[in-house]
Design a protein. Structure first.
Length: 223
């Protein structure tokens, strides 16, 4: 399930992230790409071990933690990785799927990916995040401060940037629930429960949905 997260970070948080990003040099993004992705990845990123990433990670994780839709669809257990990417004119990232295992030396399975847009959409041309759905593409170019999350196994690409600069925070989390289809079921049940909660005569329906949600999570969670 692909889910957009409008205004994930506050204007103050966005300004803080931008300020920190502006003060750090970028390196070749292929450093963190596997051998098979070297030919399709052409971008820049802040070195993963740079101290500024600790501050950026803290801001983004706090924002995700207070975002109910993200918590519902991701069922996050731990952060697998996070980086800041930059695309300038001519740069792109071809069709690919994100790495299933991340982190050294302690490996973490990546289940849910997210992209937090830092650049205003009018400030650059191209650079859409496009998902392959088997019969075409679904493309997104969100306002600065908004984010999108999707299953890590989803084929996607960043279309070539034609003008300006595309900045984004990209991250991956391991979920308590391994299967994307089960995570989507849990999310749907939770949303349905919220929609009818408080309506007259729905007490039993809410109770049954809560039971179904709890038992489905109990059956599939891997704490």
């Amino acid at each position: 399930m692909i889910l957009t997260l409008p205004n994930l970070v506050t204007p103050k948080e966005l300004a803080l992230i931008r300020q920190k990003v502006a003060a750090v040099p970028f390196t070749d993004g292929r450093v963190t790409a596997g051998e098979m992705l070297h030919k399709v990845k052409n971008n820049q990123q802040i070195p993963p071990g740079h101290p500024v990433m600790k501050d950026i990670t803290q801001v983004v994780m706090q924002a995700l933690g207070r975002c109910d839709p993200f918590m519902s669809i991701a069922q996050p257990r731990r952060l697998a990785a996070m980086l800041v990417s930059r695309y300038e004119p001519g740069m792109t990232y071809g069709l690919h799927v994100d790495a299933p295992i991340m982190g050294e030396p302690n490996h973490v399975r990546s289940d849910v990916s997210f992209t937090l847009f830092l650049s205003d959409p009018d400030s650059y041309e191209g650079g859409e995040l496009a998902f392959d759905n088997g019969s075409g593409e679904q493309a997104f170019k969100l306002p600065a401060g908004s984010a999108i999350c999707y299953p890590t196994g989803q084929l996607h690409r960043v279309r070539p940037v034609e003008r300006g600069e595309r900045l984004a925070v990209v991250g991956w989390v391991q979920s308590l629930v391994r299967e994307p289809a089960v995570r989507e079921l849990l999310h749907d049940i939770s949303e349905a429960r919220e929609l009818i909660s408080g309506l007259e005569g729905t007490e039993r329906a809410v109770a049954l949905l809560t039971k179904s949600y709890s038992n489905l999570l109990r059956r599939n969670a891997e704490p």
